[in-house]
Design a protein. Structure first.
Length: 381
């Protein structure tokens, strides 16, 4: 995208957030639903297909460009971002990276337009951080596979039109080498969904179990037509997703800082605005500093990824730092708001609950630490 078009899109998204999304934040949380007209507007803006190549109907944005859009779009309830998140991230990128031409043609244009929602089904009741330990099996039966198992906490599963689902095809191989990815559609006999999960926050974004009982799919559903490479697909998809999530965390932190600053300048105690007190200033300054550091990390990592550099370590550094940072910023925002920060009507407590998820999903902070340290040791050897 040329610089002018990108600039214009960023401004359009910023206006969309200010005028359409921010006024709906409380309603989306109360109703636990993003209104259909908002989804329609997101489609019209092209937000479902930012990361999908132009030849398949998307905008084909670079990571740098996508980051700039996310820094604008992320300044509101994460439920809105979640709506378009999987189509740009974990719900489409497996197909973009490793799909066959036919799989790309079948799914990517509809994911890019937002006609269908993509979902990534890796986690299981017994397999979270240890992703290679999944127990869902896919057994070859003639020109079909028969899949059995349960996937848990699957984002956007209730709305999904295609699942990138991971299952073990070779029980005898090393755990990571025995995993394959499949593209499954809802309505396939043997595939059912559990009830929508009740969560701590991010109301309006939905997760549920995906249950597979003797689910028969044609061999053409095997992602890329290759067995045994599913784990690596999952890891590469998550690397990219970590930069995306980090940008959203920066945007949310910036929003919370703006809200906390506005409140501190207007709220008076001891005869003056609380922003005049140095202990409040320290919270504002620390938040601003950390959000700025996080923004620099994300922009630099996105830029380096666009040059083709291996940014696995940096993507984990971003995910670790940005998600922990927004947690601290949200905590300070509640503190600056005082009693009001604890009350639902100000919305700050809702963000405090919403951001808690970022340290957990798409790899916990502890998994990021492990990945970073492992890569450091490997490089030093
Ligand atoms: N890109 C490409 N390949 C990768 C990779 C990456 N980022 N990370 C690992 N691999 C490869 C390895 O190179 C290795 O291949 P070889 O055996 O050919 O060398 C293979 O995948 C297995 O990797 P590893 O031995 O590191 O696997 P582990 O089982 O030790 O697991 C972690 C590694 C912990 C990093 C992985 O399980 C993980 O990321 N867990 C978190 C899962 C997660 O984010 N879940 C969130 C829910 S999904 S929204």
């Amino acid at each position: 995208m040329d610089a002018d078009s990108l600039d214009q899109m960023v401004r359009t998204v910023r206006r969309f957030v200010d005028e359409r999304l921010i006024p709906l934040e409380a309603k989306v949380a109360d109703d636990d639903r993003v209104p259909p007209e908002i989804v329609e507007e997101m489609r019209a803006l092209g937000l479902f297909g930012m990361s999908i190549p132009e030849e398949h109907g998307g905008l084909g944005l670079s990571m740098t460009e996508e980051t700039q859009i996310l820094l604008a779009l992320g300044r509101t309830s994460p439920a809105f971002r979640s709506m378009i998140g999987t189509n740009n991230g974990i719900g489409s990128q497996g197909i973009v990276m490793d799909g066959t031409d036919e799989q790309k043609r079948r799914y990517l244009p509809r994911l890019a337009s937002g006609e269908i929602i993509g979902s990534f089904a890796l986690t299981e009741p017994g397999s979270g951080s240890d992703a290679a330990s999944i127990r869902t099996t896919a057994r070859r039966d003639g020109d079909h596979y028969v899949i059995d198992g349960t996937k848990r906490y699957i984002t956007n599963a209730p709305q999904a039109g295609v699942f990138t689902l991971f299952a073990r095809t070779d029980p005898d191989a090393r755990p990571a080498d025995g995993i394959s990815a499949f593209l499954l559609e809802p309505g396939t006999p043997g595939l059912s969904l559990g009830p929508v999960d009740r969560k701590m926050g991010q109301r309006g974004a939905h997760t549920c179990d995906v249950i597979l009982e003797g689910c028969r799919v044609p061999a053409s559903a095997l992602l890329g037509g290759r067995e045994g490479v599913g784990f690596k697909t999952a890891m590469r998809v998550l690397d990219r997703g970590r930069i995306h999530i980090s940008a959203v965390c920066v945007a949310l932190a910036e929003r919370l800082i703006d809200d906390a600053l506005a409140y501190a300048m207007q709220r008076e105690q001891f005869g003056q605005p609380i922003a005049e007190f140095q202990l409040v200033q320290a919270m504002l300054a620390d938040s601003r500093t950390e959000a700025y550091a996080a923004r620099c990390m994300v922009e630099e990592t996105a830029r380096r990824r666009d040059t083709g550099a291996d940014v696995r370590t940096e993507a984990s550094c971003c995910k670790l730092y940005c998600t922990e940072m927004v947690g601290r910023v949200a905590d300070r925002a509640v503190q600056i708001h005082g009693g009001a920060g604890y009350m639902a009507e100000y919305g700050v407590e809702r963000f405090y609950r919403d951001v808690r998820l970022f340290r957990i999903y798409e790899g916990t902070s502890q998994i990021q630490q492990l990945v970073i340290a492992r890569n450091m040791i490997r490089a030093a050897r």
